[in-house]
Design a binder for this molecule. Structure first.
Ligand SMILES: CC(C)(COP(=O)(O)OP(=O)(O)OC[C@H]1O[C@@H](n2cnc3c(N)ncnc32)[C@H](O)[C@@H]1OP(=O)(O)O)[C@@H](O)C(=O)NCCC(=O)NCCS
Length: 182
């Protein structure tokens, strides 16, 4: 991403709203007839990517999926509805929130079954990082999610640095340990 590249104009959260509905079929379930966690994560990834595409107007890749809560099981025959929007954009990355509901088609009962945050990174035609527009939050909920997204990014970065340091320390320990055995 070149320094001279200017950031595109900001976009509203509403312009990124995306939605997908799926019927849960036998192929999607485990032997108890409940939706497989991996299949749910696939649906979450797809719905999240839709919001990121709508915001960035570029190719996007999933960089991270974190803080996923599986609140209750989804059953065979339920209708699954997923809704996503971009919470905040940084330089080339965007945090997207996805919320999932299951509808029992016999009773009409609707339950919140999962929520997740994902980070997508914008990529240009040459596979390089691309700048993304800023998010312009407007409603109180959008402003809250916008502020929380920065806290989560800082937490992710701190955790990444901690893991990197732990790995470095472990590698140094192995080298020291090997030296001691020589
Ligand atoms: C995501 C990816 C493009 C980042 O590339 P990179 O060379 O590490 O880029 P950088 O370290 O410069 O980071 C670029 C941006 O990605 C973000 N990022 C990178 N890794 C991240 C992670 N694990 N979690 C959250 N954000 C991440 C950075 O914060 C940065 O955001 P910013 O530009 O808004 O500040 C690269 O790691 C990649 O291609 N990963 C595989 C993606 C993929 O195949 N996904 C599908 C697999 S399920």
């Amino acid at each position: 991403m070149s320094e001279s590249e200017s950031s595109p104009a900001g976009r509203t959260v509403a312009s990124t709203h995306s939605e997908m509905t799926e019927i849960i079929l036998p192929n999607d379930t485990n032997i108890l007839g409940n939706l497989l966690g991996g299949r749910l994560m696939h649906f979450i990834d797809l719905t999240g990517a839709m919001a990121a595409y709508r915001h960035s107007h570029t190719h996007v890749v999933t960089a991270a999926m974190d803080h996923i809560d599986f609140i209750r099981p989804v059953h065979l025959g339920d209708l699954l509805t997923l809704k996503s929007s971009v919470n905040r954009a940084f330089s080339s990355s965007m945090e997207v929130g996805v919320k999932v509901w299951a509808e029992n088609t016999r009773t009409g009962e609707l339950s919140h079954v999962a929520s997740a945050y994902l980070v997508f990174v914008a990529i240009d035609e040459q596979g390089r990082l691309a700048k993304v527009p800023a998010v312009e939050p407007q409603t109180p909920d959008e402003l809250r999610r916008y502020a929380d997204a920065l806290r989560r990014r800082e937490h992710r970065e701190a955790e990444h640095a901690r893991r990197k340091e732990a790995k470095r320390a472990a590698a140094a320990g192995v080298v020291e340990g090997s030296a001691g055995r020589l």
